[in-house]
Write a protein that binds this ligand. Structure first.
Ligand code: AP5
Length: 227
């Protein structure tokens, strides 16, 4: 029998490579990518009421209040394309209350991926990150420079990518992440994200392939939570 479309959550500290891996996952598996960071940044640049409220929290490296973020995610998850293609939740849930909301709605992933990268690397990745506003593609000035001069000329820097703000985002991540891991304990896979992005993707790809093939039931996967 045809398998249900994949349902994937990806988590990890700021600049651990979630967005980069999501680009590759979407390309291969066609899942609907739902990034709360991207959704919030779109509200900020459109100057909406939600965007105005969210900007202050984002610029201070704090979590945007649940009622704003949760409504956005729940409404996006109810779209038809999500049911048909499956979903890839990036940056949500990020607190125990957000995880609790999804649990109450019986929304659970097939796998909960955590990208693990040392703190000092994360800061360098954020400070060097640039985004292409036209394609949404993520670059790094040294690790992944843009392909052409035209792209280079239009790249933008995120306002929360300064050294100070990254430190506070990292602290927020550490305060909240431990609280959500128990909810997904049986589905959690920690992956070393401090390797070339293609190697990180190979490992994720192999896990997703196993789930798609039905060869391995997620609950039987080796659990490395808590290391
Ligand atoms: P969000 O946009 O989710 O930011 P984040 O978690 O800080 O993660 P980033 O987008 O910074 O990094 P990433 O892991 O995607 O890394 P990337 O692939 O870009 O959230 C922003 C804010 O929104 C939050 O602070 C909060 O205020 C709010 N928010 C969002 N979700 C919320 C929620 N659920 N509840 C409440 N508030 C919420 O890579 C980073 C850099 O490294 C790039 O330059 C890339 O090219 C490079 N790189 C990637 N992989 C590699 C590799 N393998 N080797 C070398 N370099 C690499």
């Amino acid at each position: 029998a045809a398998r249900e479309p994949l349902k994937v959550m990806i988590s990890g500290a700021p600049a651990s490579g979630k967005g980069t891996q999501c680009e590759m996952i979407v390309e291969k598996y066609g899942l609907v990518h739902i990034s709360t960071g991207d959704l919030l940044r779109a509200e900020v640049s459109a100057g909406t009421e939600i965007g105005k409220k969210a900007k202050e929290y984002m610029d201070n490296g704090m979590l945007v209040p649940d009622e704003i973020v949760t409504d956005m995610v729940v409404s996006r998850l109810s779209h038809k394309d999500v049911k048909e293609k499956g979903w890839l939740l990036d940056g949500y849930p990020r607190s125990s209350s957000q995880a609790g909301t999804l649990e109450k709605m019986k929304i659970r992933p097939d796998i909960f991926i955590v990208l693990d990268v040392p703190d000092e690397i994360l800061i360098d990745r954020c400070v060097g990150r640039r985004m292409d506003p036209l394609t949404g593609k993520i670059y790094h000035l040294r690790n992944f420079p843009p392909e052409t001069e035209d792209i280079c000329a239009r790249l933008i820097t995120r306002s929360d990518d300064t050294q100070e703000k990254v430190k506070s985002r990292l602290q927020t991540y550490k305060q909240n992440s431990d609280a959500i891991f128990p909810t997904y304990f049986d589905l959690l896979r920690k992956i070393n994200g401090n390797r070339p992005k293609e190697i990180v993707f190979e490992e994720i790809d192999s896990l997703l392939q196993q789930i798609s093939d039905g060869a391995v039931k997620p609950k039987n996967m080796e659990v490395i939570a808590g290391n």
